[in-house]
Ligand binder design. Structure first.
Ligand SMILES: CC(C)(COP(=O)(O)OP(=O)(O)OC[C@H]1O[C@@H](n2cnc3c(N)ncnc32)[C@H](O)[C@@H]1OP(=O)(O)O)[C@@H](O)C(=O)NCCC(=O)NCCS
Length: 186
């Protein structure tokens, strides 16, 4: 995606609660902020996101996750604009998953969950992916993660689904996300 198109994914959003957050593409300098977000996340959130609980996010993971090509690998982050320094409260990403399929992953900081941040991150990620020609996704979700399973089912058609050892693997086709032509300033 070119720089101009990418800039359209940098915008302020108003959540149903009235709180405002900034959504934007990830940047290399987010590397330490990803580690801080991991440090602030509960054991459950860490496990639901990575299927393992580590004491810290390994530095090479943080480096890899913060550095994307905005095409085959893309991540959007949500920022708490009221924090005194830049603070990430959520990340949505896709990574190459083979056969023109991208694998998606999402995380929202515990204190911000249930406020609509995950929904906005997911729908904007689908929109950005569509602009990069990606229309099929794979997701791995713990079978008891009702919030994530519900979120995906509401915003994508489930083409295939299988459960193995407590993990649901789904092949997904996002419902239509037409490109935004005008900035709403929302
Ligand atoms: C899954 C996750 C990303 C969702 O983000 P979020 O910001 O909490 O999601 P939202 O606030 O947009 O809510 C999504 C839906 O879940 C519903 N929901 C909210 N709280 C819920 C709860 N406690 N239990 C079940 N559903 C809930 C919301 O009503 C919403 O449904 P709607 O679309 O009908 O309104 C977030 O909870 C998270 O980071 N969880 C831990 C990591 C994880 O599970 N990642 C997914 C695997 S990669």
């Amino acid at each position: 995606m070119d720089t101009l198109s990418l800039a359209r994914f940098d915008r302020m959003l108003t959540l149903p609660s009235g709180e405002r957050v900034r959504l934007r593409p990830i940047r290399p300098d987010d590397e330490p902020r990803l580690s801080e977000l991991y440090d602030r996340s509960s054991r459950d959130t860490r496990y639901q996101r990575f299927f393992t609980v580590m004491r810290r996010l390994p530095p090479d993971w943080a480096h890899f996750l913060a550095n994307v090509d905005y095409d085959r690998r893309l991540a959007l982050v949500a920022e708490d604009v009221t924090a005194p320094t830049t603070r990430l409260i959520g990340v949505a990403r896709y990574e190459p998953g083979g056969d023109d399929i991208a694998e998606i992953a999402l995380v929202v900081e515990d204190a911000w969950q249930g406020k609509g941040v995950g929904t906005r991150l997911l729908t904007e990620l689908f929109r950005a992916a569509a602009e990069n020609g990606i229309t099929r996704f794979r997701a791995f979700t713990l079978a008891d993660n009702r919030r994530m399973l519900g979120l995906l089912a509401r915003h994508a058609d489930v083409i295939e689904r299988r459960v193995e050892r407590g993990v649901v693997e789904m092949l997904l086709a996002p419902k239509a996300y037409p490109p935004r032509t005008v900035s709403t300033g929302e």
